[in-house]
Design a protein around this ligand. Structure first.
Ligand SMILES: CC(C)(COP(=O)(O)OP(=O)(O)OC[C@H]1O[C@@H](n2cnc3c(N)ncnc32)[C@H](O)[C@@H]1OP(=O)(O)O)[C@@H](O)C(=O)NCCC(=O)NCCS
Length: 222
């Protein structure tokens, strides 16, 4: 039995067919790469039911207000070194227009986390690595502050683990985090990950300083 199955919430993918994208050369390469990893129809939009309250669906440009509001909270972006700060409406609009465009994220690797009213409250992402390291994917996530401490991200990560390990190619998931991000560490531990690099010195540069990192990983049972 796998590590996560004892408390794994079975994902319920709901298929919707997206309009066929106008491929650019760059996006064609990315799609082909992902298609080799994710054994799903490239035009399928995958939705997951995590719990009675929480679903995972594609991002939408209309999520701009929610994303902007949630990322005003410094605590949310602090441990994500690529996240702009201060975070503006323009950042939210640009990011959502890009990642929500038909065909940009197919097969799908990024999901909006939504509450029971379908408002966007966070993001989870699987980033498959390039060959010859394409047997692994990085998992990343953030959740709006008012929703923290309710077990939501642990359930979301478990759902993503289940989905990722359904793909024959993926045998390793990893998550580099700030060593100071104890909440994220706890989420990963509760989802079955273990520390494989306890101290990556000066792994991050954020707010004008270097910060130590730590890496967690989860290996698929044979
Ligand atoms: C980290 C984050 C995803 C956690 O999501 P969440 O839904 O609140 O997590 P959960 O409720 O599933 O679990 C949080 C756990 O951390 C624990 N925790 C909370 N604050 C803590 C702290 N200061 N030190 C140690 N553990 C802490 C909680 O008690 C809980 O563990 P428990 O169930 O054993 O009690 C969310 O806070 C977040 O998005 N933070 C900002 C973005 C971020 O850091 N992303 C990750 C980048 S790697």
């Amino acid at each position: 039995m796998s590590l996560w199955t004892d408390h794994f919430i079975i994902p319920s993918p709901v298929g919707e067919t997206a309009s066929r994208p106008a491929y650019t050369r760059k996006s064609k390469g990315r799609h082909l790469h992902r298609r080799l990893i994710f054994n799903v129809s490239p035009n399928l939009i995958m939705n997951f039911t995590v719990s009675e309250r929480i679903t995972l669906t594609k991002t939408r440009p209309e999520d701009q207000g929610d994303v902007f509001t949630h990322l005003q909270e410094r605590e949310v972006g602090r441990y994500m070194p690529w996240m702009p700060w201060p975070y503006t409406q323009e950042h939210a609009a640009e990011w959502l227009a890009r990642v929500s465009a038909p065909g940009y994220d197919q097969p799908q690797t990024r999901w909006a986390i939504r509450d029971e009213t379908q408002r966007m409250i966070g993001v989870v992402e699987l980033a498959p690595q390039e060959a010859p390291l394409d047997h692994m994917a990085e998992i990343g996530y953030w959740l709006a502050k008012p929703y923290s401490g309710q077990g939501i991200m642990t359930a979301v990560v478990k759902t993503m683990v289940g989905y990722a390990f359904q793909q024959e190619k993926i045998v390793r998931l990893f998550a580099p985090i700030f060593a100071a991000n104890l909440r994220s560490a706890r989420v990963l531990e509760k989802a079955g990950f273990s520390v494989e690099a306890p101290l990556m010195r000066k792994r991050y540069f954020r707010d004008g300083q270097y910060h130590d990192g730590r890496q967690y990983a989860l290996i698929r049972d044979p």
